[in-house]
Write a protein that binds this ligand. Structure first.
Ligand code: IMP
Length: 204
């Protein structure tokens, strides 16, 4: 069976990729199987750049087809911040709680109608022969006025997806995983991977 290497050690992400890509005749393995893979500095200006950088490095390292993702929150009233800095928005020693509190503070004078935001996810596929493709997924919503809910991670307690009146952290994984930016990007990457698998098989 063809192997695809996913540039993450996050078990939750690996499970999500395996679940959504379950019909592909591939085995998805992760960085847990490549402990010597060096840390890649995510210094791109966009999610797409960061995903490509990680997937390129991993494809070279493993000599196999590599997939990498990068994601974050883009807030309209903050001209797209925190964007690629989502994980470290509150600076050195950033935590999910500190990031959420900073976001609430940055938006303290912003009215409900101007609190639009989107979670974005880019996924890059890179093959050792030079094939490269990047797909994206987006989930739009509103930033709430207080943290609510206990599920999920990151900005989930503040993000109310369009069409709902609860945050991702209140809605829980089952609802989130049907509408999330990551779900949409993984769904979009499915046909790209199918083409890759057939191409690799045809080339023997
Ligand atoms: P990464 O793509 O896993 O490196 O995510 C970067 C950062 O974006 C995370 O640390 C979170 O702050 C934020 N983020 C990405 N996806 C989500 C999500 O689904 N919910 C909440 N926060 C997220």
């Amino acid at each position: 069976m063809t192997e695809l290497v996913l540039a993450t050690k996050n078990e939750g992400k690996v499970r999500e990729f395996r679940e959504i890509l379950r019909d592909l005749p591939v085995e998805i393995v992760s960085l847990i199987d490549f402990p010597d893979f060096p840390e890649i500095i995510e210094d791109g200006r966009t999610f797409e750049e960061n995903a490509l950088k990680k997937a390129r490095a991993l494809a070279i390292f493993t000599k196999d087809v590599a997939i990498a993702d990068d994601s974050g929150l883009v807030v309209d009233a903050l001209s797209g911040s925190p964007g690629v800095f989502s994980a470290r928005y509150s600076g050195e020693g950033a935590t999910d709680l500190k990031n959420n509190l900073k976001l609430l503070n940055d938006l303290k004078d912003v009215h409900l109608k101007d609190r639009g935001a989107a979670f974005k996810c880019a996924i890059a596929v890179v093959a050792p022969d030079g094939f490269e493709e990047v797909v994206t997924g987006e989930c739009r919503g509103t930033i709430g006025f207080e943290m609510r809910g206990n599920e999920g991670f990151g900005y989930d307690p503040l993000f109310i997806p369009n069409g709902f009146d609860k945050t991702f952290a209140e809605l829980g994984m089952e609802v989130k995983n049907r509408i999330s930016h990551r779900f949409r990007a993984i769904t979009a990457v499915n046909p790209v991977l199918i083409n890759q698998v057939f191409r690799l098989k045809a080339e023997g």
